[in-house]
Design a protein around this ligand. Structure first.
Ligand SMILES: Nc1nc2c(c(=O)[nH]1)N[C@H]1C(S)=C(S)[C@@H](COP(=O)(O)OP(=O)(O)OC[C@H]3O[C@@H](n4cnc5c(=O)[nH]c(N)nc54)[C@H](O)[C@@H]3O)O[C@H]1N2
Ligand SMILES: Nc1nc2c(c(=O)[nH]1)N[C@H]1C(S)=C(S)[C@@H](COP(=O)(O)OP(=O)(O)OC[C@H]3O[C@@H](n4cnc5c(=O)[nH]c(N)nc54)[C@H](O)[C@@H]3O)O[C@H]1N2
Ligand SMILES: [Mo]
Length: 717
């Protein structure tokens, strides 16, 4: 903390959003009020800039809609009618209800549901796991993001991570594979550009022509869900043309002969139509990729939200093994770095697995709607404790979640900064702090800088951070074990005390003073340059015996590529929203515009639709109204809609997840929510109030080729 003349304090912190960048920031505080927030210029990865959302973070902190006191429901569920109550009253009632439910039905009838609404070492998970785990509540499988990617990669290389992403500048062939870097991982973009400046060729593999794809040297606009087919065809070429690094494979991989046999059946010409690319493009891509070293694959999560998602990652991980790309600085694959931070930190000291009651059931967040509505679930879910999550927007099959949340016999508590779509159904809404109001350690999933987020201002109103909520709840439940009441600083110091070499020289004091420190991973760290894979065989598993034992194909295989009637609906992240967040803030809503669906001109023509039409998007699970955009950013047969709490033309906040299904992935516990199919038809009434409709704006930082008029369109006949 530095004291400046005029008693202005500046305090370093780190963004807590679920995002690879984990930006360093500096908050200026005058008389206890945060007056300015800017990017921390000393942060080596985020270099003094924030993003389109966090540039306005203080508007969020001081937003008039913030929940500042505990609220108790006084109207029907879903109507968001609440009255203010005291913390004591709220906690006493919540504790009594939980104890009653546990006594009658067992603690498994309580489902704590949290996600990465705040991402950080103790606010995301710590005392909640200790408290609910020691009570024997149902456990939650948090598999809506990243777990499928990690499970898929692990099958081949024994880990879900790869090289230090910053090493990209040494690459000469970069493939952004199913990730929209400019929108979702903004601070990585300058490094991608730096690699290009140094001579790298930049390829994007994505069914949508995103702004990232537009900025690449080459965009391969494949059919969704066909990535494994593409990888098989690439490996066919690499093997056929003698481009395999035979030494690397002989020394560090198992199953090469079986893989060769498998890829023989996938010549580019045979699968080009299914992938939706010309055979020549696949041939060229394979040869360029294999012969330009160092080559780097960069996937995030786009390809995991398909039913065959884990296999797509498993297949992808075979490529740098075949070509020996891991040998080279800047070569291989770069994905989430969370595992590297967590490997260094004393995670068990935070989670305390020893206090968790063993043998409790695990429910998957993907199946929330099904589980809330399942009368045969024993015991049924009778209490839902939500924090840092907004499942009414983010989880598939919204109709069922809504039906579940409406159950009169379900007791729901939501801890959040706002009355979210989920909180509208709650019996109690408890006020949460923003990231500048609490302490946390911030491991990043996009780089190796570990940050300390220091509180800059006092909690607003009566809001409390997640750890404080669970200390209070433990106390209200009559629990007094010291590990349920541990302080934030104590947990952070313990986490840093692992003795792991990557934490050498990284102390709480140093983080307090400097804000962020890079893990002590060697500069030129090549984790698999000479093998050392932590698989069962100790080698990269081109053939996987463990997968076979689990009933999966032991070799890369295309898996289930869905083909239903209608258009395949891909949904994605937007520039001005963070998942469901920021959607209730006018500025961000305005910039994002009304809910829209983007169709290819051929698909629009077939349906008699033009840009600006108000359309009904529907399938067996539900329906939405949206504005029609027409653009060749999408392939024929594919439609795109923005994910988040967008409003439709009638002003109702909607989530595209009314259209998506749970659709379990092959393994990894995730959801194939990008495998939804929809039909699109005109809405006869069209836009009653001309001028009400705002078409797509800076959603993906890319204006569709033909935008609908911003002041209403001609009503379709
Ligand atoms: N501005 C902003 N930034 C964010 C977020 C946000 O909401 N807003 N959310 C954050 C979160 S939680 C995450 S997980 C990350 C996600 O970051 P990304 O992985 O970059 O995000 P997605 O938009 O889910 O998917 C990336 C791309 O995958 C493509 N894709 C879909 N299906 C396929 C397929 O079958 N094959 C291929 N090759 N590509 C496919 C999509 O068209 C999309 O362009 O972003 C984080 N950053
Ligand atoms: N159709 C479709 N669905 C998707 C995706 C998609 O691309 N398309 N993406 C998926 C992905 S990758 C993800 S990660 C999930 C995200 O889904 P969720 O994890 O549910 O994320 P959010 O919707 O951002 O909800 C997080 C909530 O946490 C709150 N919050 C923020 N800070 C704090 C805090 O300190 N304490 C507490 N208690 N609350 C806090 C925020 O206000 C917000 O309401 O959505 C998934 N769903
Ligand atoms: Mo995510």
């Amino acid at each position: 903390m530095s004291i400046e003349p005029g008693s202005v304090r500046t305090i370093r912190g780190a963004c807590g959003h679920d995002c690879p960048d984990t930006c360093g920031w500096v908050v200026e505080v005058r008389d206890g009020i945060a007056t300015r927030m800017s990017g921390d210029p000393t942060h080596p990865f985020t270099r003094g800039t924030l993003c389109a959302k966090v540039n306005h973070y203080l508007d969020r902190v001081y937003h008039p809609d913030r929940v500042l006191h505990p609220l108790k429901r006084v109207g029907p569920k879903g109507e968001a009618r609440f009255e203010r109550v005291s913390w004591d009253e709220a906690l006493a009632d919540i504790a009594a209800r939980l104890q009653g439910i546990a006594a009658e039905s067992g603690a498994e009838a309580i489902l704590p549901y949290s996600s990465a609404g705040v991402q950080g070492l103790i606010q995301e998970f710590s005392l909640d796991r200790r408290l609910f785990g020691s009570m024997g509540c149902s456990a939650l499988e948090r598999a809506i993001c990243c777990t499928v990617a990690a499970a898929g990669l692990t099958a081949t290389i024994g880990t879900g991570t790869g090289i230090d992403p910053e090493q990209i500048v040494h690459s000469r062939y970069v493939v952004l594979w199913g990730t929209n870097t400019i929108v979702t991982n903004l601070h990585y973009w300058p490094l991608v550009r730096e690699a290009q400046r140094r001579g790298a060729r930049l390829v994007v593999v994505d069914p949508i022509r995103t702004r990232t794809a537009e900025s690449a040297d080459w965009h391969l606009q494949i059919r969704p869900g066909t990535d494994t087919l593409l990888v098989l065809a690439m490996m066919h070429v690499i093997v056929r043309d003698g481009l395999v690094d035979r030494d690397y494979v002989a020394g560090h991989a198992v199953g090469y002969e079986a893989l060769v046999e498998r890829v023989r059946a996938y010549p580019p010409a045979g699968v080009a139509d299914a992938i939706g690319l010309p055979a020549e493009a696949i041939e060229r891509f394979a040869r360029e990729y294999a012969t330009t070293q160092p080559s780097l694959l960069r996937p995030l999560i786009g390809i995991e939200h398909h039913r065959n998602g884990a296999m797509q990652f498993r297949a992808l991980a075979c490529l740098p093994v075949l070509t020996g790309a891991w040998r080279h600085r800047g070569g291989g694959l770069a994905r989430s770095t969370h595992a590297l931070h967590y490997a260094a930190l004393a995670l068990d000291r935070v989670l305390m697995p020893e206090v968790q009651r063993p043998g409790v059931r695990t429910l998957n967040m993907r199946d929330l709607g099904r589980d809330l509505c399942d009368p045969s679930l024993d015991p049924p879910v009778r209490a839902l404790m939500v924090s840092g999550a907004n499942p009414m927007v983010s989880i598939p099959n919204q109709a069922r979640i809504r039906e579940g949340l409406l159950r009169e016999d379900l007791f729901t508590v939501v801890h959040d900064l706002f009355v979210t779509e989920t909180a509208r159904f709650a019996d109690y809404v408890l006020p949460a702090t923003s990231q500048i109001e609490h302490l946390d350690l911030s491991p990043a999933w996009g780089h190796l800088y570990l940050a300390l987020n220091r509180p800059a201002i006092a909690p607003r109103g009566e809001s409390v951070c997640n750890t404080e909520l669970f200390r209070r709840l433990a106390h209200a439940l009559g629990r007094s074990e010291p590990w349920l009441l541990e302080s934030d600083e104590s947990m952070l110091r313990a986490a840093l005390s692992s003795g792991h070499p990557w934490l050498e020289g990284i102390t709480y004091e140093r983080l307090w003073a400097e804000g962020h420190v890079r893990l002590s991973v060697p500069e030129d760290w090549r984790p698999f340059a000479s093998g050392g894979f932590s698989t069962a065989s100790g080698k990269a598993e081109l053939y996987s015996e463990p997968l076979r034992a689990l009933g999966h194909d032991p070799l890369p295989a295309p898996g289930e590529i869905p083909r239903e009637g209608g258009l395949q609906l891909i949904t994605g992240k937007t520039l001005h929203f963070h998942n469901s967040g920021y959607s209730h803030i006018e500025r961000h809503r305005r910039r994002t515009g009304d809910l829209f669906i983007e169709l290819h001109p051929d698909d629009a023509r077939q349906r008699g639709l033009v840009a600006g039409d108000l359309v009904r998007v529907w399938n067996a699970r539900g329906a939405l109204h949206a504005v029609c955009a027409v653009s060749d950013r999408v392939r024929p047969g594919v439609a795109w809609m923005p994910f988040g709490g967008l409003t439709d033309a009638a002003g109702t906040r909607q989530s595209v997840n009314v259209l998506t299904a749970e659709a379990p992935t092959d393994w990894g516990g995730g959801s194939g929510l990008y495998d939804a199919f929809v039909e699109v038809t005109t809405v006869e009434e069209a836009v009653a109030a001309g001028g009400a409709v705002q078409g797509p704006r800076e959603i993906t930082a890319s204006a569709p080729a033909s935008s609908p008029p911003s002041s209403g369109g001609t009503p379709p006949s």
